[in-house]
Design a protein around this ligand. Structure first.
Ligand code: NAP
Length: 376
């Protein structure tokens, strides 16, 4: 099979978003920069679309620098078509996407651009059921949700039964052995990650409960088994009482927590089942918290700080492979549909950041880089 074709047509320069100085959305500018040069094992993707992630906003503010050696062009995901590949891939074993094929995936940076260079092993074929615009809403949020549920908490056992999780250190008994469904609590339930986690939970018969602002509770009910607001009650309790009323006192097996600060982590602890896991994704509610040790100790709890961006390519490849096998069939069959809340052009990047930062959306903000390609 001929995998390679000349790319004389691909210009050496490309349009890309740069952060001109740390600060507000006005610090983002579309400029011309050099197209990435392929390194060993990489393919060149002509980007159809990318999406806004909170990490991009933190990077713009100077709070989340790209990992060492990674481009400072923001953007942690892409969809597009493969236009070139590094020579060693021509007869490499394993999955290598063909020239011209539609792919999506995560990158540690560089997604807000016309071209992105990405290890072939991190490419995910885009199923025929979805457009490249929809595909751009998938990689970062669904891989993050899947990683929390599968790798960190062991809630998605294969047919053989018990799931190994936490680097194979623990084995979670199958739900049948517990005599109940697994239960998962997701904070910021209307976020891209929250929606993805609840959609996956539904397919695997996991009971899900979300917390969100009052205004988004109704939206969350579309995906979650239960949805409660994060408006504190008179005693200052943010969500623990409401979650307990919904799912009972025996607790939840996994909490996906991008909020952390204030009372979140402590209330998480009160809600955990035995051997429960809290996956901390970020610090929307602040980076400081008080923690009552015995609450977590008595439940043999795991608090897992999870950062996907700076993981090794080796780790990301294994995560991507597991995701392709376990979740992609549901995207192909239409059982999982990514939620695109807004589509903007690359030139509207400042508005896109403003909307996401103001929590205006429920679902993903997709940035279309190549409108014709994105429709495909
Ligand atoms: N560590 C990782 O590898 C990783 C990977 C992906 C994402 N993340 C993190 O996961 C989170 C979700 O990402 P996303 O892209 O899916 O986000 P998103 O779609 O932009 O949604 C974020 C939601 O967070 C809620 N929120 C904002 N401030 C809050 C606060 N102080 N307390 C409680 N909720 C608050 C808002 O909903 P309400 O209106 O309901 O408040 C908002 O809609 C982000 O914080 C992101 O940085 C981490």
């Amino acid at each position: 099979m001929l995998r390679r074709c000349p790319v004389a047509f691909a210009p050496r320069m490309m349009r890309a978003v740069k952060i001109t100085a740390y600060g507000g959305p006005e610090k983002l500018a579309v400029t011309n920069i050099q197209r990435p040069v392929l390194e060993t094992g990489e393919v060149l993707v002509k980007v159809a679309a990318t999406s806004i992630n909170r990490g991009d906003i933190a990077q713009r503010k100077g709070l989340y620098p790209p990992p060492l050696g990674v481009t400072d062009t923001p953007g942690m995901e892409f969809s597009g078509t493969v236009v070139d590949m590094e020579a060693s891939l021509e007869d490499a074993p394993g999955y290598v996407p063909e020239i011209g094929s539609r792919v999506m995936g995560i990158v540690a940076g560089g997604g807000y651009a016309e071209y992105v260079a990405v290890p072939a092993s991190l490419c995910i074929p885009v199923p025929s059921a979805i457009s490249l615009t929809q595909a751009a809403a998938i990689p970062e949020t669904y891989l993050t949700a899947f990683q929390a549920m599968h790798h960190h908490a062991g809630l998605l056992p294969d047919k053989a039964g018990a799931a190994q999780y936490g680097a194979g250190l623990k084995t979670r008994p199958p739900a049948a052995a517990l005599g109940r469904r697994y239960r998962m609590l997701v904070h910021a339930g209307a976020s891209g990650v929250g929606i993805a986690a609840c959609q996956i939970a539904k397919l695997f018969e996991i009971t899900s409960i979300t917390t969100s602002s009052e205004a988004k509770v109704e939206a969350c009910q579309q995906w979650a088994t239960y949805a409660v607001s994060r408006t504190p009650n008179e005693s200052g309790d943010v969500f623990a009482e409401k979650v307990e009323a919904a799912v009972g006192k025996s607790g939840v097996d996994l909490i996906i927590d991008p909020v952390f600060g204030g009372r979140y982590l402590q209330e998480d602890g009160q809600l955990l089942a035995m051997d429960g896991t809290v996956v901390v994704l970020s610090f929307l509610g602040g980076s400081k918290t008080e923690l009552d040790g015995p609450t977590f100790f008595q439940r043999r709890a795991t608090i897992r700080f999870s950062a996907l961006r700076n993981q090794s390519d080796f780790y990301k490849t294994s995560l991507t492979q597991a995701f392709r096998a376990r979740i992609m069939p549901y995207i192909q069959s239409g059982k999982i549909k990514p939620v695109v809340a807004k589509t903007v052009s690359l030139d509207q990047i400042q508005d896109a950041h403003r909307m996401v930062e103001a929590n205006e959306l429920t679902g993903k903000c997709v940035v279309v880089v190549d409108p014709k390609l994105a429709e495909k």
